[in-house]
Design a protein around this ligand. Structure first.
Ligand code: ATP
Ligand code: MG
Length: 266
C-alpha cells in the first residue's frame, strides 16, 4: 500500500479511517482525538467526523455540544452541507454530532419505501464526497453498536482501527467487530482492517501481560489482521486531556508513535 502524501497536490483524496468496536469504553474517542492532533503535528490536513450520538468528540476538543446548531445529522438527512457544520479546534476540522444523531435510524426506517433515502447506509459516504478532496486523513469516531450510523461509518471508510483492552470481554468485542466488517466486505465493499490497538494497558498487571501476549499469539496466525506494536497505557493524563477538552500530542507520546506506525503501513 502506498504511503499517503501530505503534499497539497490537486488530486488529493483522503484516507478515511473509522475507529470502531462493538464494545463500549475501549478508547475509541481517545484514539480518534489523539490521532487527529498527532497527524496535524506531522503536517497532515486532518478532519474528524463524530458518528456517535454521545457527541464526545465535541467534549474532547473543548466545544460545548449544546452550542451546536447544526450537526452531522442535519447533513445526513440532507438539510445542511458539510461546510455549514464545520468547526475547527487544535488544528483539526471537526464535523460534530450530538443527541440528534439518535433520530437518524428511526427517520431513515420510517422512509424505507419512499425515495427520500434511497441508500440509507451510504448517507455518510455521500456527505464525505463533499470534503474528501480537502484532507489527507478523515477520522470517524463511532458508537459501540452496529446501528445505522456505525454501518454508514464502516461503509464510508477505506480503513478500520479496532481499539481493545487486553481483557476477556473487550477481546470478545474484537471478534464481533471483525465479523461485522467481514459481512460488509462479503457484500463487495473494499475496507481494510488496519489493525487492533491495545488500549488502557496496565503492563504491571499479570492479567494484561498475559492477555496481551495471548492476543498477539492469536492474531499472529491470522496474517490478515495485525495487532499494532504500539500499545496505549492506562494513564490519568489521557482521561484528563479528554475532560479538560485540551488534546495535546506532547502529553500522549504513545499516540504519536501509534500514528507513525499507522503511517508506515497505510
Ligand atoms: N489510555 C487511557 N488511560 C486512561 N483513561 C483513558 C484512556 N483512554 C481513554 N480513557 C478514558 O476512559 C474513558 C473511555 O474512553 P473513550 O471515551 O475514549 O472510550 P470509547 O470507546 O470512545 O467509549 P464509548 O464506547 O462510550 O464511545 C474516558 O473517560 C476516557 O477519558
Ligand atoms: Mg466514544
Amino acid at each position: 500500500m502506498a504511503r499517503h502524501s501530505k503534499t497539497t497536490n490537486i488530486t488529493k483524496t483522503a484516507r478515511i479511517i473509522s475507529v470502531a468496536s462493538q464494545k463500549g469504553g475501549v478508547g475509541k474517542t481517545a484514539t480518534v482525538t489523539n490521532m487527529a492532533v498527532g497527524l496535524v503535528s506531522l503536517g497532515y490536513k486532518t478532519a474528524v467526523i463524530d458518528m456517535d450520538a454521545q457527541g464526545h468528540i465535541a467534549f474532547s476538543f473543548g466545544i460545548k455540544k449544546s452550542n451546536l446548531t447544526k450537526t452531522i445529522y442535519d447533513v445526513l438527512v440532507g438539510e445542511a452541507k458539510m461546510r455549514e457544520i464545520k468547526q475547527h479546534a487544535f488544528g483539526v476540522d471537526l464535523y460534530l454530532s450530538n443527541n440528534s444523531l439518535s433520530d437518524l435510524s428511526p427517520r431513515v426506517m420510517s422512509h424505507l419505501n419512499s425515495k427520500l433515502f434511497p441508500a440509507p447506509k451510504y448517507l455518510l459516504k455521500n456527505a464525505i464526497g463533499q470534503i474528501k478532496a480537502q484532507y489527507d486523513y478523515i477520522l470517524i469516531d463511532t458508537s459501540p453498536s452496529n446501528d445505522i450510523p456505525t454501518l454508514n461509518s464502516l461503509l464510508a471508510s477505506t480503513d478500520i482501527i479496532i481499539p481493545a483492552l487486553p481483557e476477556g470481554l473487550s477481546v470478545d468485542g474484537i471478534f464481533d467487530t471483525i465479523l461485522l466488517i467481514k459481512s460488509i466486505q462479503q457484500q463487495g465493499t473494499k475496507i481494510n482492517i488496519l489493525g487492533i490497538l491495545p488500549t488502557m494497558v496496565q503492563d504491571h498487571t499479570n492479567l494484561h501481560s498475559v492477555m496481551l501476549q495471548d492476543l498477539r499469539k492469536r492474531f499472529a496466525e491470522n496474517p490478515d489482521i495485525k495487532v499494532f506494536d504500539t500499545v496505549i497505557k492506562r494513564a490519568i493524563r489521557h482521561g484528563l486531556a479528554q475532560t479538560h477538552g485540551e488534546p495535546d500530542i506532547n502529553k500522549a507520546p504513545e499516540y504519536l508513535s501509534f500514528v507513525k506506525e499507522v503511517l508506515s503501513i497505510a
